[in-house]
Ligand binder design. Structure first.
Ligand SMILES: [Zn+2]
Ligand SMILES: [Zn+2]
Length: 233
C-alpha cells in the first residue's frame, strides 16, 4: 500500500493548461507535472515543498513554457519520455515560421480574439529540450509515494501518463469525452486509442485528470470508447 497522494492543480497559460503538484499526504517532497506557463504561479504553488523533479506528459508548448524558470529556481531535473524528443524542436520550428504557437484546433479562434497571447517571441527564454529519460513502467519515488510512468503515445510519440494512488494524470491523451487531438503532426489516432484502452482498463473509480479542463473517472468514460473509435477522433 502506497502513501495517500495529494494532487493540486494550477491552471496556467493561454490554453488553460493543468499543471499538477503531486506529493504524499504529510510529506513535503513533491513532483511538478507540466509547468506549462506562468512560472510565478507554479513556484508559488510549491512554496514550502521540496520539489524533486519536473515531469512532462509531453512537449507541446502549452505544457513546457515555464520549464526554464522553474528548473533554474528549483535546481531539479526534467523527466520526459525519449520518444517525445522531436516534438519540442518541431513546436519551435513551427512557431518561428508562423510567428505564433500552434494551438491545434483552437489556433484560429485565439488569434482572432487575442493574437498577442499566442505570439512567438525570439526574446523569451525557451526550454533547451534537455531531459532525463523516463520509460514505461518506471517507478518514481516522491517521498513515500510510488509514482508510475505509463508510456501513452498517440497525441505525441512520447506521451506519458502518471499513475499514482488511484489517479491518472493523462496529459492530452484522455479527456472527459474522448482522446486528445490526433490531427497535429507527430500524432496518430489508432495509437492513441491503444493508449486510451490501456488507461480505461484501470478500476472504474480511478480518477482521470487531463492536461486541460475538468477531471473524470474511468467508469464515466469507458462506456463511450466504441463511439470514439467509430467517429475517428
Ligand atoms: Zn498537447
Ligand atoms: Zn495541451
Amino acid at each position: 500500500m502506497t502513501a495517500r497522494a495529494v494532487l493540486r492543480r494550477v491552471v496556467v497559460g493561454v490554453l488553460g493548461t493543468n499543471c499538477w503538484i503531486l506529493h504524499a499526504h504529510g510529506d513535503r517532497r513533491a513532483l511538478i507535472v507540466d509547468p506549462g506557463d506562468e512560472p510565478g504561479s507554479v513556484l508559488d504553488a510549491v512554496a514550502g515543498l521540496d520539489v524533486v523533479a519536473v515531469l512532462l506528459t509531453h512537449a507541446h508548448f502549452d505544457h513546457v513554457l515555464a520549464v526554464p524558470e522553474v528548473v533554474e529556481e528549483l535546481g531539479v531535473p526534467v523527466l520526459a519520455h525519449p520518444a517525445d524528443q522531436p516534438v519540442w524542436p518541431h513546436e519551435i520550428a513551427t512557431a518561428r515560421r508562423a510567428g505564433h504557437w500552434d494551438a491545434g484546433t483552437a489556433t484560429a479562434d485565439l488569434l482572432a480574439r487575442d493574437p498577442a497571447r499566442l505570439a512567438f517571441s525570439a526574446d523569451v527564454r525557451l526550454w533547451d529540450g534537455v531531459s532525463v529519460p523516463i520509460l514505461d513502467g518506471q517507478i518514481l519515488h516522491v517521498g513515500p509515494l510510488a509514482v508510475r510512468a505509463l508510456h501513452t503515445p498517440g497525441h505525441t510519440p512520447g506521451g506519458l501518463t502518471v499513475a499514482v494512488d488511484g489517479h491518472l494524470l493523462t496529459g492530452d491523451t484522455l479527456f472527459p469525452g474522448g482522446p486528445g487531438l490526433t490531427g497535429p503532426p507527430l500524432s496518430d489516432f489508432p495509437v492513441i486509442i491503444r493508449s486510451v484502452r490501456r488507461l480505461l482498463a484501470y478500476p472504474g473509480a480511478t480518477g482521470i485528470h487531463p492536461g486541460h479542463g475538468r477531471s473524470t473517472t474511468v467508469a464515466a468514460e469507458l462506456p463511450h470508447l466504441d463511439e470514439w473509435i467509430a467517429r475517428g477522433w
